[in-house]
Every structure is written in C-alpha cells, then in structure tokens.
Design a protein. Structure first.
Ligand SMILES: C[S@@+](CC[C@H](N)C(=O)[O-])C[C@H]1O[C@@H](n2cnc3c(N)ncnc32)[C@H](O)[C@@H]1O
Length: 251
C-alpha cells in the first residue's frame, strides 16, 4: 500500500506540538506492528464479546436508508462490516492511518465479499479529507483514547456529519461496580499484557492499552466534551458490565 499523500500525513510539519506528533507516530507504528494478531487478541481479551458491542454501536448509528457512513479509524474493518449488517447504509467509507491494519481489513472484506460496499482509505482522524456534512452517520470504535488531540478528533467527526445525523463512539471504560472494578483492573493490567506478550508477541502494546484507558476521560467527561464540540442530545450506554461505553450525539 502506498504511503498517505502529504496532506493526509498524520504528522503535519508545524501542526500539532512535538509531544502530540510523537503520540500519533507511536500509535500508528504500534497498530501496524500488531495488525496481524489484533483480531485474535480482541477475541481472547473480550471472551468473544467485542463484535456484539460493535453491533450495538452500529445500530445506534442508524440513519436514513441508503446513506453513506464513515467509520473513523476502522482498523481491520469490523465496525464497517457491522454498519453494513445492522443498518441500511448504502456504502461505508472506512479510514485509518495504519496501512498495516487496513491491509488486514482489506483481506477480510474480500473474504466476506463486502469489498464493493466498503471503501478503505489511509487518512488522519484529526484532518478528515471530506467536505462538511458529507455523511449520514460517523462512527468510531476504540479510537478516542489513542488520539493526540481528542477535541479536534470529535470536532472533525461532527463537521463531516450531516445535520441530524449521529456521531457514535465506542470506547473501553473502567467499570465502577465495587469488587468487579478491582477484578477487572487486575485482569486488564496483569493478564492482558501477559497475553499480548504471548499471542501478539508485543507486551508493550498491551501494556499501553490499560494505561490509555486509565488516563482517558470518564463517560460523563466525554459526554461534556462531545457537547462542547457542538453535538446535541449526547447520551451514553454502558455495555460489558461497564467495561465499554458507547456514546452517541446528534450533529
Ligand atoms: C484499537 S484500534 C480500533 C480499530 C477498530 N476501530 C476496531 O473496532 O477494532 C485503534 C485504531 O485507531 C487508529 N488510529 C489512531 N489514531 C488515528 C488517527 N489519528 N487517524 C487515523 N487512525 C488512527 C489506529 O491505527 C488503529 O487502527
């Protein structure tokens, strides 16, 4: 796959600060490195529940039949496929800045004979290469905590959504039920890095994962930020015993 053209480069010269640029580069390299083991790790870590959560997110994104959907940071394409299965979308544009993740997605779409209804694109979520109000709905799964500039990412998702269309974001969250939250923290911070070391041969990537969740906003804080970028009727729904949360807002 060819590298992104300069205007889609996730590290524009003089754009974001050095720390932020660093984060984007490290995140892109990390996902490219683990791309071939990413789906298997998701299946193991979530005990097979991850696709059900994406189906819920896809259902919540539903818009006018026959519309065009955008899946931001699609990775290996699972939410794009869920959008095709759960909604009446005519076509899904699925973008990511890791060509390694998209390559795995491309093979999957071909296997499932869905290649003609999904367009894969290398692009930066912080600089979406689409005009305002292009899409009937815009989704993301497990992207937000990886962004160098969360406000900019959310503002871009809102900008390219048609008035009245849904912006949907699925993300891992820390459960709050007493007892379960401690057990989950132990599983996530100890077992997951160990599993990542064995299955993906990348303990570092699966140590970053729980840390990124720990540093991320609470569902309430994310709700407020989504409202600040101009989304209306923002609400959230916890799934998987509080280990993931899906936020929706109207553009
Ligand atoms: C945890 S994966 C999620 C992939 C997919 N959405 C899923 O449901 O499995 C995070 C993805 O976000 C992508 N990503 C992170 N920052 C990005 C950015 N600024 N622009 C585009 N993609 C980005 C990574 O390359 C990676 O594929």
């Amino acid at each position: 796959m060819t590298p992104p053209p300069p205007h889609l480069n996730p590290l524009p010269p003089g754009g974001r600060g050095p720390g932020e640029g660093d984060k984007a580069r490290l995140v892109r390299e990390m996902f490219t490195r683990i791309a071939r083991r990413y789906d298997l790790m998701n299946r193991l870590m979530t005990f097979g529940r991850h696709q059900a959560w994406r189906r819920v997110a896809a259902r919540l994104a539903d818009a006018q039949p026959g519309g065009l959907a955008l899946d931001v940071a699609t990775g290996t394409g699972d939410l794009a496929l869920a959008l095709l299965g759960q909604t009446h979308m005519r076509h899904v544009v699925a973008m990511d800045f890791s060509d390694g993740m998209l390559e795995v997605g491309r093979e999957k779409l071909q296997r499932k004979e869905a290649g003609r209804r999904v367009s894969l694109l290398v692009a930066d979520a912080l600089l979406l290469p689409f005009p305002d109000k292009t899409f009937a709905c815009v989704t993301s799964a497990f992207l937000l905590r990886n962004l160098a500039d969360l406000t900019q990412g959310l503002a871009e998702m809102r900008r390219v959504t048609q008035a009245g269309g849904k912006v949907v974001a699925l993300e891992i969250t820390q459960p709050t039920f007493p007892g379960w939250s401690g057990l989950f923290a132990w599983y996530f911070k100890s077992l997951v890095p160990w599993l990542g070391g064995i299955v993906a041969r990348d303990r570092e990537a699966y140590t970053y994962l729980p840390r990124s969740v720990e540093r991320f906003l609470s569902p309430r804080e994310l709700t407020r930020l989504m409202e600040e970028v101009g989304l209306r009727n923002v609400s959230c729904r916890r799934l998987g015993l509080g280990t993931v949360t899906v936020h929706t807002g109207t553009a």
